[in-house]
Write a protein that binds this ligand. Structure first.
Ligand code: CA
Length: 219
């Protein structure tokens, strides 16, 4: 799952990027508001972590512009402890949640999962499709109740498909959702992950729509 991190403090930014990376997220990190707007216009992020005090363009301005453009990506604002008024302004400007620095990385990851879950229209924390169950919090998958070992990318790919049952995602769309900037994407990486998922979940689990892309098979 791909996230945009907007944070100008190098220590905090690095901590969040590395911490969420270990939780299986692909994190693109920008350090000012103008770069955030460019990234938001170009990539399909699952969620955005937005600092408010930013060079070149403030976080609130980025937030208002995104909502004015009908961008409904979940946005979590990260603010300083004493900035109550900023948090209120952020929520009223269209932010979905906020966290006060310094925060616990596990809590941040849990809040991101909750935002994504709501954006996907789920109340239940796990995703189910037929006999397949995915738990984003533990990154565990089961098939008919039995554990299935998936790599981080295989899990992310399956999550992308299961979050939108019936929707066909092209190879390019899947790559965009799985890989952040600067990550090496092999030319047939998606095909390899699909092959491995079919081997582990059954050949019919993922359907190939010729010339279009992939979709989770009907239940
Ligand atoms: Ca800042």
């Amino acid at each position: 799952m791909r996230l945009l991190l907007v944070e100008d403090d190098p220590m905090i930014g690095e901590g969040i990027r590395d911490g969420l990376g270990q939780e299986g997220f692909a994190v693109d990190w920008v350090r000012d508001g103008a770069a955030a707007e460019t990234a938001l216009g170009a990539e399909p992020y699952a969620a955005v972590l937005l600092d408010l005090g930013l060079p070149r363009k403030g976080g609130l301005e980025v937030l208002r512009a995104a909502r004015a453009q009908r961008n409904d990506v979940p946005i979590l604002v990260i603010t300083a402890r004493d900035a109550v008024a900023d948090r209120i302004r952020g929520l009223d400007a269209g932010a979905d949640d906020y966290l006060v620095k310094p925060f616990d990385l596990d809590e941040l990851a849990a809040r991101v999962r909750a935002l994504v879950r709501r954006a996907e229209g789920r109340a239940e924390p796990v995703l189910r499709h037929g006999a397949i169950v995915l738990n984003p919090a533990t990154r565990a998958a089961t098939l008919g109740g039995r554990p299935v070992a998936l790599s981080a990318r295989e899990f992310a790919l399956l999550h992308a498909l299961m979050a939108r049952p019936g929707m066909v995602l092209s190879r390019a769309q899947l790559e965009e959702r799985l890989y952040g900037w600067g990550e090496e994407v092999g030319s047939n990486a998606v095909e390899v992950h699909i092959h491995n998922l079919r081997r582990k979940l059954g050949a019919g689990a993922i359907r190939n729509v010729r010339g279009v892309g992939y979709t989770i098979a009907a239940e």
